[in-house]
Ligand binder design. Structure first.
Ligand SMILES: [Zn+2]
Length: 462
């Protein structure tokens, strides 16, 4: 017993705090399990300790989609998916920006979209007849926010909704999982700066400027044919209004032109919340070395995505070819046989045999992307943005949140310093988050940016 503990009341308070996990974040590390096969025990113990002492932040997790569309409960440990509260705690995943993801299908006829929602996440939402004509995007974002906040309210002892870097650190210190929100993508504001301000009031602290569509103010990396050639006049206002509010600007998913336009006009460092290295895998969702150097010069940070298809070009090609063929054959089987019939079950089982899953890339592939980013961008500009629960495949050896200490081990084994590893695990993102908050404080009193009709859609000077 600690000498400073003078009364039994203090003792029982401490015991209660330990029981509810209230002090675990500060005082106790979870016991180190045996090293995984092939890992050196001493280094594993050092990695485990470092990992659980560090503040680990992931800027892109899609569990919110499961919560909303499948009534997924983050409380108990699940057998599927990547993240829930027990697995986050075991993997030392302290803070997560949960994705307020708005599927591009919502950028259309609202009535059609909400009249016939699909039964599962993977089932197609009905497609709008005329994209962009009547928009259900903001409502979908609001429903996602509601889903996450409901989860936080359901588990107040284990999880806290946070809206600042200080709140994030305080939640982690109290042994609670910090839940934050980032909107993916900018079509959620339906071209309206007022909606951007309201999402900020609800607690949103980053916004990915686009998803896989060109929206009212910015071009995406897909489709390839540009709409604006980067940002338009409204896009500049969106970025600068985000700066004014203290919402981090996220340039994952955008076209290369939008990326460089954004760096020119932002008044704060920006983030790439879930992108990997194009030098190692030529997918346009990844960033080039030149883009990374520009991001580093801006003071920003790239958060490496774990999606197999963004890490390994061969995997991407093989898996997408396989999936396309399988999907066509599955569709015709479903048209031919009744749902739940033995004939359909039989046909699907045969498809599973004929199209076995493509082998996943190993964890070393993800580590290679992190090391390349460190080499090109420097230690201050790299972090983790898994895309957990949002991608069909993650590498072998990083199967869910419980595997995260292996990233720490692998980075130490590759000769990275403990200081660098801590930056990658969370401190770089926290630095950018705090800088964005400071800038918003400095800009307080600045008039809000306002929509201006047709003038907003003018091209910008480059
Ligand atoms: Zn994404």
């Amino acid at each position: 017993m600690d000498k400073r503990m003078r009364t039994s009341r203090e003792g029982s308070l401490l015991a209660a705090a330990l029981l509810t996990g209230g002090l675990l974040g500060q005082t106790a590390l979870p016991p180190c399990p045996a090293a995984p096969a092939g890992y050196e025990q001493k280094l594993w113990e050092r990695a485990w300790q470092l990992h659980h002492q560090a503040t680990v932040v992931d800027t892109h997790v899609d569990t919110t989609s499961l919560v909303l569309d499948r009534a997924f409960d983050m409380g108990p440990r699940a057998r599927t998916g990547h993240v829930d509260l027990p697995r986050a705690a075991e993997g030392g995943l302290d803070a997560v920006f949960y994705s307020i993801y708005v599927d591009t299908r919502f950028y259309g006829d609202e009535a059609a979209l909400f009249a016939n929602p699909p039964m599962t996440v993977n089932e197609d939402w009905p497609r709008p007849k005329d994209p962009g004509t009547a928009n259900g995007s903001a409502k979908r974002a609001l429903m996602m926010i509601d889903g996450l906040l409901r989860t936080c309210e359901r588990y107040p002892e284990r999880m806290t909704a946070c809206t600042s870097s200080a709140e994030l650190r305080a939640a982690v210190k109290a042994g609670r999982h910090a839940a934050l929100m980032g909107i993916e993508g900018g079509h959620a504001i339906e071209g309206d700066l007022g909606l951007l301000r309201l999402f900020h009031k609800l607690g949103v602290r980053y916004m990915t400027l686009t998803h896989t569509l060109h929206n009212e103010f910015a071009d995406s990396c897909a489709p390839a044919e540009p709409r604006w050639g980067g940002l338009n006049t409204l896009g500049v206002k969106v970025v600068q209004e985000m700066n004014r509010l203290g919402v981090m600007v996220d340039v994952s998913h955008v076209s290369d032109a939008t990326f460089f336009d954004t760096l020119r006009v932002t008044r704060t460092p920006v983030i790439c919340s879930h992108s990997s290295m194009r030098a190692l895998c030529g997918h346009k969702r990844n960033i080039t070395d030149d883009m990374l150097r520009a991001l580093a010069a801006n003071g920003g940070v790239v958060m490496i995505n774990y999606n197999c298809g963004f890490l390994d070009e061969d995997y991407g090609k093989n898996a997408s070819g396989r999936d396309a063929t399988r999907r066509i054959q599955e569709k015709s089987a479903r048209e031919k046989f009744a749902e739940g019939s033995p004939e359909l079950q039989n046909a699907l089982a045969k498809l599973d045999e004929r199209f076995p899953p493509v082998a996943r890339p190993p964890l070393s592939r993800l580590i290679a992307h992190i090391l390349h980013a460190l080499e090109v961008g420097g230690a201050d500009h790299v972090g983790l943005g898994s895309d957990f629960d949002g991608v069909p495949c993650v590498p072998e050896g990083i199967d869910d949140a419980t595997y995260l200490p292996r990233i720490t081990y692998e980075l130490l084994a590759a000769g990275q310093s403990e200081a660098t590893v801590k930056k990658v695990l969370g401190e770089n993102l926290l630095r950018v988050f705090a800088a964005v908050e400071d800038k918003a404080f400095a800009l307080r009193g600045e008039a809000p940016f306002m929509n201006a009709g047709a003038a907003d859609f003018a091209p910008i000077a480059r």
